[in-house]
Write a protein that binds this ligand. Structure first.
Ligand code: GLC
Length: 531
């Protein structure tokens, strides 16, 4: 058996994230569903992606739009039925696309039967499924932990007089992973979806499951400046005791043993930035790969971005799911400057990411080079925005996938969608861009195809090359050189000896061959191969 034959299926693949509420609406109620996704697998196959991650579609009261799960083994009626899931899996598998289910193990919905039982029977078996603490000695919250979404990470249960922990909304109580029954429940949940045809899992806040046994206060790094921004308040603490505890990684070793017989993949959302801490999650039979999220959170700072990509890549050359966009942050096109400039920067970064090995993921609409949708303030729906005065929230990247310039941009048959936004013009839609060979959509498709056809981009050793500026990242592999010029001017980059031909460029270029050195325009990435 060759090593290629022994490689896991995801090696060299490209993932794609569909935000369940906004990708496509099959039943005309204005909310995306599984039938809608199934109807559009043709687009994903045409784009050339290999695996589809669908955000949570399980039963949920929807306080965090599906990330508050009240039944992990059923489909919420707004997204369809279990039969619709089977149909979607069959449709995706029929065109060679794997299906990745989003599992949410850090917290349930406050309306999950486990939590309702924990509240109603403080001495019953479900109480210990969650994290309860007595008030601090003088009264008040048990410690200084804060929620990602604003306010303290503790809410009082007035009946028992104890607080429960929630790193997100009060409607998302955190599970107690020190209770073995919780682990058993999730074993069964994973098996349920694997038996139904899932090809793996994206794991929500994978770094959060265990908490410090002594519930110590987190050290304060600095006083937050913007008291209206929950993200900044959260970042003003060092999360030494509420996140990224050593024991958490063991959960994924256990999960890996469960999914391995199904050839299932585990892709973790690991929201820590330290490259060394990150490495633990993909070591020794734990996660297959994990999202490195710094590029999704950043504004345009090319030196910092390249520095971080390099540091993470050097430690984990094959085990990162590179992303520049997802459903939790402003679209990179907007974050990186907006319009054409933002779109060129975003694609230059993603072209470099496509050369780093691992399993990159596109986020729905990224292939169109579009920025955030425009939403009237009264229509904001994300709890981060609706519960914190002045916080922007995450709605801008969650507006509906623009398929065409019809009703609701072709997302639904109704214009009354769950997240009303300004319609996008034809040139920002799939239909408009398919008709234009020079569009972003065609260029992203070409990148995906080129990567698939060029194993040199994801196999073998990669060496970072010297470049004339910290805003230029260049990577050499055996048989490929990728140069990302994130500076605002053209740069000349020395090439390894020999004649090189242009395999892919993130914008149309005149040159097709180079020797000695190459001039790369501003905000452009090129991939070269030996001529
Ligand atoms: C993850 C999800 C995000 C969700 C949060 C709580 O970060 O990506 O959308 O709000 O977890 O589940």
């Amino acid at each position: 058996m060759t090593s290629a034959a022994a490689a896991p299926w995801w090696h060299g693949t490209m993932g794609y994230e569909a935000y369940a509420r906004s990708f496509a609406d099959g039943d005309g109620d204005g909310i995306g569903d599984l039938a809608g996704i199934a109807a559009h697998v043709g687009h994903l196959a045409w784009l050339g992606v290999d695996a589809l991650w669908i955000t949570p579609f399980f039963r949920s009261p929807g306080f965090d739009h599906g990330y508050d799960v009240s039944d992990y083994t059923d489909v919420d009626p707004i997204h369809g039925t279990l039969d619709d899931f089977d149909t979607l899996v069959a449709a995706a598998h029929g065109v060679g696309i794997k299906v990745i289910v989003d599992v949410v193990p850090n917290h349930t919905s406050s309306l999950h039967p486990w939590f309702l039982a924990a509240l109603s029977d403080p001495h019953g078996p479900y109480r210990d499924y969650y994290i309860w603490r007595d008030p601090a000695p003088g009264g008040g919250h048990p410690n200084n932990w804060v929620s990602h979404f604003g306010g303290p990470a503790w809410t009082l249960d007035p009946v028992s007089g104890q607080y429960y922990c929630h790193l997100f909304l009060p409607e998302q109580p955190d599970l107690n992973w020190r209770n073995p029954s919780v682990a058993d429940e999730f074993d069964a949940i994973l098996r349920f979806w694997c038996d139904r045809g899932a090809d793996g899992f994206r794991i929500d806040v994978a770094h959060a499951l265990y908490k410090d046994e002594q519930f110590r206060d987190n050290p304060l790094i600095r006083e937050p400046e913007q008291l209206t921004d929950p993200g900044e308040i959260f970042q003003s603490f060092e999360h030494r005791y509420d996140l990224d505890q050593d024991e958490t990684v063991d959960v994924y070793r256990r999960w890996k043993r469960i999914v391995a017989p199904y050839q299932g993949i585990l892709v973790g959302e690991v929201g820590t930035s330290d490259p060394v801490r990150i490495s633990r999650y993909v070591a020794d039979g734990a996660l297959d790969t994990l999202f490195y999220l710094k590029p999704v959170w950043m504004t345009w700072q090319p030196l910092v971005l390249l520095d971080r990509l390099r540091a993470v890549h050097e430690l984990n050359p094959e085990r990162i799911s590179w992303v520049v966009d997802n459903h939790d942050s402003s679209r990179s096109v907007s974050r990186f400057g907006g319009g054409e400039v933002g779109a060129h920067r975003s694609m230059a970064v993603f072209t470099l990411m496509a050369s780093l090995g691992g399993m990159p993921f596109l986020y729905q609409g990224q292939e169109l080079g579009i920025g955030d949708g425009i939403i009237a303030p009264e229509h904001l729906a994300d709890p981060v925005a609706t519960r914190n005065v002045g916080a922007a929230g995450r709605d801008g990247c969650r507006t509906v996938m623009p398929w065409n310039d019809g009703i609701a941009n072709g997302f639904s048959t109704t214009s009354d969608c769950w997240l009303p936004a300004e319609d996008r013009p034809l040139e920002e839609t799939v239909a408009g861009q398919i008709a234009d060979p020079a569009s972003w959509l065609h260029r992203y498709r070409a990148l995906v195809a080129y990567r698939k056809a060029t194993p040199a981009l994801w196999t073998g050793e990669a060496t970072w090359m010297d470049t004339p500026s910290g805003a230029v990242g260049a990577l050499r592999r055996h048989g490929a050189v990728t140069i990302a010029n994130l500076a605002d001017e053209t740069v000349t980059v020395e090439l390894p000896p020999g004649l090189w031909s242009l395999g892919f460029a993130s914008r149309a270029l005149g040159e097709t061959e180079a020797t000695g050195s190459i001039q790369v325009p501003a905000q452009t990435a090129v991939i070269l191969e030996p001529a």
